[in-house]
Design a protein around this ligand. Structure first.
Ligand code: IPE
Ligand code: IPE
Ligand code: MG
Length: 251
């Protein structure tokens, strides 16, 4: 039987990839460089990931670039990370528009220093009408903080009589999360060898496939991306059903 390559790809490709980009500091230390050099090189890998996903027809990509907990790092390291985020937004704006990528920010953007906030806001504004891949930048993001904010907004509306508590459900909670415009991630990639979520998309990752690689983020290449996507295509996602049930449904 002739197999339709496209239908297989559609079924087996993740629609939404989320990446925890980790290992910049260790990459630099291994080379006898300051940790900030790892972040500098890591920002090149960010471009590889964004344009690699775009070229592969991925519909949504979320990048965990700076967590709410990362504010407790040394001041100089935070400054480098914030400058690199600003430079990404400033330098890539034309290419992202050209590629029709719609950028959003998740996280507490008000916490960002002025240049980073302005540059990311300008990028979000310039790409808001784009219809291609969605790119969510997680900056000063924390999954628990996002859930707390959603619950607080629902409670405030309930007090005002705008929400009936008994009617609060998964969909209404989701609509108050900062990821409300994105589908749940299908595949989470974490570089750097750690096997944890570090407060990333806790609600949204309920059924995500997790792919951990020892590759440090500055060494992330298209091969790493393809390896993760290939691993994803071999997984059977069961969502609570049995393997035979899922196989039968797949025909
Ligand atoms: C990822 O690399 C960058 C951020 C978390 C912002 P790290 O800086 O965490 O690198 P390691 O884990 O210390 O090697
Ligand atoms: C997770 O990396 C956060 C980001 C990638 C932005 P960390 O390096 O901060 O995670 P932990 O502290 O090792 O869990
Ligand atoms: Mg780390």
């Amino acid at each position: 039987m002739k197999v339709n390559a496209r239908s297989i790809r559609d079924k087996k490709s993740p629609a939404h990839i989320a990446i925890i980009l980790d290992g910049n500091g260790r990459w630099a230390v291994e080379k006898g460089l300051p940790r900030t050099a790892g972040h500098e090189h890591g920002s090149k890998a960010v471009r590889t990931a964004v344009y690699g996903c775009h070229d592969r027809g991925i519909s949504a990509l979320t990048l965990y670039a700076f967590s709410a907990a990362n504010w407790s790092r040394p001041k100089g390291e935070i400054e480098t990370l914030m400058r690199l985020c600003a430079e990404f937004a400033e330098n890539e704006i034309d290419e992202l528009v050209r590629r029709d990528v719609q950028v959003t920010c998740i996280g507490d953007i008000d916490e960002l220093p002025r240049r980073t906030r302005k540059a990311t806001e300008a990028l979000v504004e310039a790409t808001k009408g784009c219809k291609g891949m969605k790119l969510a930048l997680a900056l000063s993001y924390g999954g628990r903080q996002d859930m707390v904010s959603a619950i607080r907004q629902i409670a405030i509306r309930a007090r005002a009589g705008l929400v009936i508590p008994e009617e609060v459900n998964e969909a209404s909670i989701r609509s108050f999360l900062s990821t409300g415009n994105l589908p749940d991630p299908d595949l989470v990639i974490r570089t750097g060898g750690e096997r944890r979520l570090s407060d990333f998309l806790l609600f949204e990752c309920a059924y995500a496939e997790l792919f951990f690689t020892e590759t440090l983020w500055p060494d992330f290449t298209l091969e790493t991306l393809d390896e993760a996507m290939a691993a994803f295509s071999r997984r059977q996602r069961r969502f609570g059903k049995t393997g035979p049930q899922v196989s039968a449904e797949a025909g």
